[in-house]
Design a protein around this ligand. Sequence first.
Ligand code: PHE
Length: 431
Amino acid sequence: MGFYFVAVGSAFGLGNLWRFPFIVSVNGGGAFLFVYIFAALLVGMPLLVGEFMLGKVMGKSSTAALNIRSWRLVSRFAGALCLIVLAYYAVISSWVLHFVMQLSVRSLEFGQIDPKVILEALRQNGLLQVALVSVHLLITTLVVLKGIELGLEKWVSYIMLIFVVLLIFLLVHTLSLPSAGAALRYLFYPDFTKLGWPSLMHALGHVFFTLSLGFGTMVTFGSYLRQEELLPMAAFRVTLLDLLVSIAAGLLVFPVLLGDPNVQAGPEILFQSMPVLFQQTRHGSLFGIAFFLCAYLGALAASIGLFETIVSNQMDQLGISRTRACWRGFLVGLGLAIVPSIVSLEFRWQQWRGQDVLRTIDDILVNWLLPLSVLAFCLHIAYCLPKSSQQKEFSYEPSALTLFGHWRFALRLLVPALILIALGLQIWGCL
Ligand code: PHE
């Protein structure tokens, strides 16, 4: 069970709660959800099997598993992506942390709170943002410092359970709002005319981000798996659970978005819609605090997964102790996190191709750099791992063995082709 909690804990996070509703809203709703589900099952799941396999077969973290000739560059690139995402993630986590604190401190005047003003105040206060980012990174470092079993598994399992109960309760509430019908139609009725050239890449990029693919995280976790664990089953469970949590987040956010003209689509969507929802609920301030606290803990679990990857890579690569690797990671992460904090402060009003700075960073990271890393991992797993080791992972159960051919086809041809097509469409859309 421990493995599932860690893998799901790494998959589940701000990607599901914050990024998914925002990316669905900028891509026009239902049709995008359709493409996204297709991308998760056809591309994400086979890749997840592959990354688990690479870690399990090599029994090492991603850097060590890829530490062969020309692939070393790929592992460096993935390592750099981990650090950049850790920093960027820390900034959004600091927003969540800020909401937990504001809702707690101002619970008596909860009804009058304007979520837009809270977020804006934080985005104008660079010092506060840097302080919150430091706190977040420090907590992450301390958990990873304690070692994987003691820190991760126990924490993540509690967080997940509380969150699922809370999510179900809130869903019952949002689905009884008058705008719920419109939201269901928006989310589940596919209107393909709303899709744009980059939509396929947005769907794939988000699948990679939310399943933590292309970072080496899942390779590292795969190396912790027991010998007889059936990988396709593990990947299926993680993908399905991740998908369900994302859809649940969409169902929470969209009834509010469509029912309140003040809530905007885009990166602020979660932070604006959820407080509005709680203001309409009895004991809303308590639910608000619980929701953002769980969201923060989810973000923390994902950050821990990222940080564990960075630390275990460094330990394997440089032969240094866990303690040294942790503090090095902390310092570099902090240095990098200050950049997006300051940039989002100084250039808040700057637009680039109609997007603000934060969205531009997100776009470059998830829709351009990450697919390249995933493509490299995919080709390595498909063409460099011996066929016999690949097949062995499917042979623990006869029914799984019939999937092997399909999986191999997906990894050798389908996935690389789809990534290249999506990149091509995205470039075409930029011209
Ligand atoms: N998958 C996480 C999310 O959806 C983000 C993440 C990426 C975590 C890479 C770990 C590694 O929020």
